[in-house]
Design a protein around this ligand. Structure first.
Ligand code: PNW
Length: 450
């Protein structure tokens, strides 16, 4: 086994799941085929200046038509599971009217194809592509969207819930609330702090109520949620920077983890929000605190807090990815260890996304030599091994991403794939990092590979 030497020196449990991840809007294309309605990302992409290369998701990786070959590819890379998301407006165009049989059938055959190849399906219900028709009546700011989401969760549970390993309600509610409704760089592109706080509450409430509805179906699937988390370090040891780091950790991590596992919002963040704190109705907090089976952690980099915002990643001395994000594998170990220490109620943790955007170097041999991505994966998988050695109950590790794809506001310019996509021809070429990942997984579990 070659390519990931640091990771290979670590111990992983025999049932640890090695996987690759994608999301619907970023790969499917087929934006208006077979009864799919528009999502808020279809709309946002048409807003001038919203996307770096003025691109959109109409075609993307054409996964809607190429799903079978893509599943063959995932299997050939030795993945034991595939994390993907369902496009809500593909299965219910307006989020409220009739169900779209063609959309439901697409995901059912995808899951059947995953299972037929001996892999497990890890489903995400909301990876950001809310039906535009729901946005037109207030989107996640409207409490009625909670009810629509629970209906959607139940429909998916009934259709495919008995043949998937896992269902996550939301992907990265912080990103939806903050980047979508306060900073405004992601769909729906709004800039309103009070609205963003209310959105975060409705996302959490819809999570809890969807979990309760799915539990009633008595499915074999494990149920949970996926959060984007980073350890937040103070830039210096001053009391000011330490206080800033605590507040930033409150906004990113405790704002979601405290309601999920302790039944309340963190008081310091509520105080910080003041009049912008969300409206919470009787029973909401109990609904949010439904027991779940796992928390998925998406980790890309550390966070650095300085009271005067003077910290600059460009001068930190750490290597940077093409996104400008610092490469800091120790942050993943710290994050997982601290998460388990603070929230032992979260029974199992997964790394549901980890990876990096790097420039691809195509060799004379036609291969894609992405040594920096291979190194990133190696050191971060080793960091997960270090967390396991410290007693963190880890369930698996999922590479972001299987394919180069639509990287949201960055369009197609940033490439996160371990498989290269030539968008002119849709040709897939596994990069060196994909081959290293395959060899690493094979080397770890010789019995599981025939
Ligand atoms: C995640 N941030 O997004 C998403 O789950 C993926 O769909 C995405 O492709 C991947 O990470 C890489 O970006 C994030 O600025 C985007 O804090 C931005 C942030 C965090 C997560």
């Amino acid at each position: 086994p070659g390519g990931l030497p640091t990771a290979a020196a670590r111990q992983f449990p025999a049932d640890f799941v090695w996987a690759v991840a994608t999301s619907a809007f970023q790969i499917e294309g087929a934006a208006d085929r077979d009864g799919k309605g528009p999502s808020i990302w279809d709309t946002f992409c048409r807003q001038p200046g919203a996307i770096a290369d003025n691109s959109h998701g109409d075609i993307a990786c054409e996964h809607y038509d190429r799903w079978e070959a893509d599943l063959d590819l995932i299997q050939s890379l030795g993945a034991q599971a595939y994390r993907f998301s369902i496009s809500w407006p593909r299965v219910r165009a307006t989020g409220d009217g009739p169900w779209n049989e063609a959309g439901l059938a697409f995901y059912e055959k995808l899951v059947d194809g995953i299972n037929a190849r001996g892999m497990k399906a890890y489903v995400t219900l909301n990876h950001w592509d809310l039906p535009q028709a729901l946005q037109d009546i207030g989107g996640w700011g409207n409490r009625a969207t909670v009810d629509r989401f629970v209906e959607y969760a139940e429909a998916i549970g009934r259709r495919i819930g008995h043949k998937v390993a896992s269902i996550a309600t939301h992907n990265e509610p912080w990103v939806v609330a903050q980047l979508g409704h306060e900073v405004g760089i992601f769909a729906p592109g709004l800039k309103d702090r009070r609205l963003a706080a209310q959105v975060s509450h409705h996302l959490l409430l819809s999570h809890g109520r969807a979990v309760r509805r799915l539990r009633a179906l008595e499915l074999p699937a494990s149920l949970g949620i996926v959060l984007n988390l980073s350890p937040i370090y103070p830039a210096t040891d001053t009391p000011e920077d330490r206080a800033k780091a605590r507040l930033e950790d409150g906004k990113l991590r405790r704002w979601y983890m405290d309601p999920l596992f302790k039944g309340h919002y963190p008081q310091d963040v509520l105080d910080h929000l003041g009049d912008d704190a969300p409206q919470v109705e009787d029973g909401d907090m109990a609904d949010i605190q439904q027991p779940i089976d796992f928390v998925g952690v998406n980790y890309y980099s550390r966070g650095m807090a300085s009271a005067d915002n003077s910290f600059d990643s460009k001068t930190s001395g750490l290597p940077l990815t093409a996104m400008g994000w610092e490469v800091y594998p120790q942050g993943l170990t710290d994050l997982l260890v601290w998460l388990h220490r603070d929230y032992p109620e979260a029974k199992r943790l997964y790394v549901t996304e980890n990876g990096g955007a790097f420039p691809d170097v195509v060799g004379a041999d036609g291969r894609v030599h992405d040594a920096d991505r291979t190194s990133y994966l190696d050191t971060h998988i080793a960091a997960v091994g270090d967390a396991i050695a410290q007693g963190v109950p880890m369930g698996g590790y999922m590479v972001w991403s299987l394919l180069d794809n639509f990287e949201w506001a960055s369009g197609y310019e940033k490439r996160f794939g371990i498989v290269h996509v030539d968008y002119a021809t849709q040709k897939r070429t596994p990069k060196d990092s994909a081959l290293a990942f395959r060899d690493f997984v094979r080397g770890l579990k010789p019995a599981a590979q025939d």
